[in-house]
Design a protein around this ligand. Structure first.
Ligand code: FES
Length: 171
């Protein structure tokens, strides 16, 4: 089959014009393929504590209430132990103040809102990963730059069940 010069030039122009469109399609498909719903969405996504005296507990809040069973394997089994507790819409810090009382604290740092994910098991202080603020077991500032205590939530403990009320802030 004989191709006219005009037809040949038109075919070349169409092919060249299609390159940017193909490039956009490939870029779009690559970005879709790389998406990972479990990837951190920002730098303040908490790392997972691994110390035996500072565990991560995954749970669910129902109508603003969380129930934790504290057994002997829990990092909350002993006085001074702590846990990072995450639930479907947030996270909190929990520590055992005494045999029968716990502190439940917001994990949101009062300095600039980073999520507090670290706990120094020797000093018993929560440490913000962003600028190093430190809070004691009651959520009070020990080291700045934060200047305000962590928000604390009411809780009750009996029969090894800790019931946390996220709707009840201790003022
Ligand atoms: S946000 Fe926590 S110390 Fe700055």
């Amino acid at each position: 089959m004989k191709i006219s010069r005009r037809s040949f030039v038109e075919t070349i122009f169409k092919a060249v014009a299609a390159i940017p469109i193909l490039s956009l399609v490939v870029t779009f498909l690559q970005s879709c393929g790389n998406s990972n719903p479990s990837s951190p969405s920002n730098s303040t996504t908490p790392s997972v504590p691994t110390s035996s005296s500072f565990q991560t507990i995954h749970t669910t809040a129902n109508n603003g209430k969380i129930t934790l069973s504290i057994d002997s394997s829990s990092s909350l089994a002993n006085v001074g132990g702590a846990a990072y507790v995450d639930y479907q819409s947030g996270s909190i810090l929990v520590d055992r103040a005494n045999n029968d009382s716990f502190n439940v604290l917001s994990s949101t740092c009062t300095h600039q809102g980073c999520t507090i994910t670290n706990f120094d098991t020797s000093t018993k202080q929560f440490i913000c990963p962003c600028h190093g603020s430190q809070f004691n077991l009651n959520g009070q500032v020990v080291v700045g730059p934060a200047r305000t205590s962590l928000t604390a939530y009411q809780n009750t403990f009996s029969n090894n069940q800790l019931i946390i009320d996220l709707n009840a802030v201790i003022t």
